[in-house]
Design a binder for this molecule. Structure first.
Ligand SMILES: NC(=O)c1ccc[n+]([C@@H]2O[C@H](COP(=O)([O-])OP(=O)(O)OC[C@H]3O[C@@H](n4cnc5c(N)ncnc54)[C@H](OP(=O)(O)O)[C@@H]3O)[C@@H](O)[C@H]2O)c1
Length: 280
């Protein structure tokens, strides 16, 4: 990989896309591809945009991420997450670029009793997970110069995420109910972004799990948000069965990495990351 290299970022207006741009800094050579500039489901447009950008590395963050929306419209989910990823991967290959494609813990069914590592079998239980898994397979088939990075429970200072939703609800209500029998790894987009930029230099192609260290339930996460913000609302634990949603999340959505163990790319503990995100 050359020292001075150009990045192309799909989904550049999303929470991870914005975090990547912040991590790269103003002086970096970056082509930010937003949805108005290029719809990833439009192959001629994607091929042209990536060829024109001439990147060394494509960071593919564009996705349909509304999990219930994907359940309502599985064809939309597959068009964006599977076909869109096929298009981005083939465009990256045609441009001679390395591809880092971001995926999700929702490729797993959640029945395992311990955290999922990279070599566990995927078996999605909702349309979002199925469409993301199809996208992983498309990317790996399109180019050998590809890293799939599965992450979980992503949040940032901005955007639509659990931390910002909880902060708003805790300010508006006296009581907030949160699910205490579904587990994941809250992951700060800024931490993930920093590590993603190093991955092409230090690891071979393949699938990687990358989250902040440690795991908790939605309830544990909300309780920590409350502690850090000093919010007064009472946080009640409820079972997932009482929180009706269109899409079922995996009960155990926790990830661990075997593949990154020795590469020094471990992200800090999730509580440390949350405190940095919420610091005034
Ligand atoms: N959020 C999570 O908790 C989470 C957890 C695990 C993995 N991930 C994965 O992490 C990656 C980044 O997620 P994120 O949280 O940053 O998502 P996000 O904030 O929802 O951003 C996704 C971006 O993709 C864009 N996009 C959607 N459809 C598109 C299309 N057809 N063409 C071009 N752009 C399109 C969206 O544009 P618009 O804003 O115009 O819609 C948005 O800017 C995704 O691959 C996601 O699956 C996320």
């Amino acid at each position: 990989m050359p020292r001075s290299r150009r990045f192309a970022i799909t989904g550049a207006n999303g929470q991870l896309g914005r975090a990547l741009q912040r991590a790269l800094g103003a002086s970096a050579d970056v082509v930010s591809l937003t949805r108005p500039q290029v719809d990833i489901t439009d192959w001629p447009a994607v091929r042209h945009a990536v060829a024109h950008a001439r990147p060394h590395i494509v960071l593919h963050c564009a996705a349909a991420t509304d999990v219930d929306g994907c359940e309502r419209d599985p064809e939309m989910a597959h068009r964006i997450n599977a076909l869109g990823t096929r298009n981005v991967a083939h465009a990256a290959a045609a441009a001679g670029a390395w591809l880092v494609a971001v995926s999700t813990n929702y490729v797993f069914d959640g029945s395992k009793l311990t955290p999922y590592h990279e070599f566990d079998g995927a078996n999605p239980i909702n349309s979002y997970g199925a469409s993301k898994l199809a996208g992983e397979r498309e990317a790996l088939a399109a180019t050998p110069r590809c890293q799939i990075v599965r992450t979980a429970w992503l949040y940032a200072e901005d955007g639509h995420n659990f931390v910002q939703t909880m902060r708003r609800m805790m300010a508006e209500r006296d009581e907030v109910s949160t699910v205490d029998d579904q587990f994941g790894n809250p992951t700060y987009a800024a931490d993930l972004a920093g590590a993603l930029l190093h991955l092409p230099d230090c690891a071979p192609p393949g699938i990687y799990h990358l989250t902040n260290t440690g795991a908790t339930s939605w309830h544990g996460w909300a309780t920590e948000i409350q502690r850090l913000t000093g919010a007064r609302a009472v946080i009640n634990p409820i079972p997932g069965a009482l929180y009706k949603r269109l899409a079922s999340p995996p009960a155990n959505g926790t990830l661990v990495s075997l593949a990154l163990d020795r590469l020094g790319l471990q992200l800090p503990d999730w509580r440390d990351a949350l405190a940095r995100c919420l610091a005034p």
